[in-house]
Design a protein around this ligand. Structure first.
Ligand code: 5RP
Length: 221
């Protein structure tokens, strides 16, 4: 069974407020996310600084490309991103343009699933070379009271992993959510606010890693 990695999302309005919690938590996280909010607020400067401070960590630039795929992906990879995100509503032409840039920079592409999407699209993305998928509980849905992950979410994770995608789970993930995914082939959990806004971000990140290990570590029979 795959042991999911932990990604810390930085959806801050400015870089200094992101760097403090990250500095505290970085030893306990696997991947850094320059969140959509941070990318919009600070531009690729944020990715550049994160890369200079953490040269060996994978960095997702969560730029959610919808159009101008080649240009935006190039900006993110040039700044030091390892991965970029594309929204599922982007055309295949845009996805292809992003994949071409990723190949140039030895990067990867995550398609972020935003309703409506179809398995037919997913098969096409996979055939084109997309390696990663983000299953997402949106902030807007969360604000409207969709508090838990559903059986449908777990089924989607299984089906997408069976198709060969590394599947990321994100959207208000808390420590208490981790056991809900027991047995599901999750590749990455993203936690933003739950680590960033904690009194002790290092302790919070460590608690996530422990919960992931408890939930997913192979049991010796
Ligand atoms: C929203 C995002 C965020 O980065 C992600 O949701 C993680 O942040 P949080 O755990 O605070 O929701 O991409 O789609």
């Amino acid at each position: 069974m795959l042991i999911p990695k932990l990604q810390m999302a930085l959806d801050n309005y400015e870089l200094p407020s992101a760097l403090g919690p990250l500095q505290k938590a970085h030893e306990h996280i696997d991947i850094i996310e320059a969140g959509t909010i941070l990318c919009l607020a600070e531009g690729m400067h944020a990715v550049r600084i994160l890369r200079s401070l953490y040269p060996h960590k994978p960095i997702l630039a969560d730029v959610r490309i919808a159009e101008a795929g080649s240009l935006i992906a190039k900006m993110a990879f040039e700044a030091g991103a390892s991965w970029v995100s594309v929204v599922s509503g982007a055309t295949l032409t845009t996805v292809d343009a992003v994949l071409n840039q990723a190949a140039r920079w030895q990067g990867e592409v995550q398609v972020e699933l935003i309703d409506p999407w179809t398995y037919e699209q997913a098969r096409e993305w996979r055939a084109m070379g997309v390696q990663q998928i983000i299953t997402h509980r949106s902030r807007d849905a969360e604000a409207k009271g969709q508090q838990t992950w559903s059986a449908q979410d777990l089924d989607d994770i299984r089906r997408l992993a069976d198709m060969g995608f590394l599947v990321t789970v994100t959207g208000g993930v808390t420590l208490e959510d981790i056991p809900r995914f027991a047995g599901a082939p999750v590749g990455i959990f993203i936690a933003g606010r739950a680590i960033r806004d904690a009194d002790d971000p290092a302790l919070a990140a460590r608690a996530f890693q422990e919960a992931i290990a408890r939930t997913f570590a192979p049991t010796t029979a």
